[in-house]
Design a protein around this ligand. Structure first.
Ligand code: HEC
Length: 219
């Protein structure tokens, strides 16, 4: 903000404390000003807390580390226990990744949209461009022609049915609600088709989910 005249600058500076206060809605106590750093806005904080709730209540830590307790050692920082966090799928070994925002070994190098695309469409963030996807048909609406899917058993197929708001909240929590931990997890093995034959509509059902009621359900 570059005020053009002394008059407007005086006008703005008289309102600055109010503007600053309004922007710092998180813990608007005097202590948040003395630290010299701007606190996160309330809506971002709410988004992160919703993401934390989704993560804790969807057992992410049972594979990615820390179980269901964000205070546990190894919270979401990836495979450390080969009994519970490493999986043998046919001839392949797959490994739960480091989800903390470390740039070298975690999600630091992915955007929140790439994490959203991983959770909604099962696309590996590492090999999927950072674009808005509007189709589930390969080659259409930015859906990759040769999708590289996340290895089984990452349960994105169930979680793709969460709302946009919930999935973006998870991405916000992973990127901005966790401290980065430098912990390299070895890449998963996988088939040449990057699991595409495991994720056909016949195998996993359509997205969005079929209308209620189906033959198994009653009104
Ligand atoms: C049953 C075990 C399991 C659970 C539960 C699980 N994951 Fe995963 N997840 C995996 C595995 C295995 C991979 C590695 C996939 C690969 O290597 O392609 C993975 C990969 C990912 C990735 C991609 C990371 C990267 O660097 O490529 C994200 C993001 C992710 N999981 C998020 C989540 C979230 C969020 C939850 C909870 C809502 C969750 N996972 C729960 C097993 C799991």
């Amino acid at each position: 903000m570059a005020p053009r005249s002394t008059k407007s600058s005086r006008y703005i500076s008289s309102f600055l404390p109010i503007l600053f206060f309004a922007a710092c809605t998180t813990q608007p106590s005097s202590s948040s000003f003395t630290s010299g750093t701007m606190q996160r806005g309330q809506s971002r904080q709410d988004q992160i807390l919703l993401g934390r709730h989704m993560v804790v209540s969807h057992a992410c830590g049972e594979c990615h580390g820390g179980g269901d307790n964000p205070a546990a050692a190894g919270w979401l920082d990836g495979l450390r226990d080969t009994i519970t966090q490493q999986f043998r799928i046919g001839p392949f070994v797959t490994r739960a990744k480091n989800l903390t925002p470390d740039n070298a070994t975690g999600t630091g190098r992915f955007s929140e949209r790439q994490i959203f695309n991983a959770l909604r469409y099962g696309l590996r963030p590492e090999e999927t461009p950072d674009v808005a996807i509007t189709s589930t048909v390969p080659g259409q609406g930015n859906f990759p022609l040769h999708p590289h899917y996340l290895a089984v058993p990452m349960p994105w197929v169930s979680w793709r049915n969460m709302s946009d708001q919930e999935l973006y909240a998870i991405a916000a929590y992973l990127k901005d609600g966790l401290k980065p931990v430098n912990h390299k997890v070895q890449d998963s093995d996988g088939p040449a088709d990057f699991w595409a034959s495991s994720y056909t509509v016949q195998a996993i059902g359509p997205y969005p989910v079929v209308a209620y009621p189906t033959a198994n359900e009653k009104r």
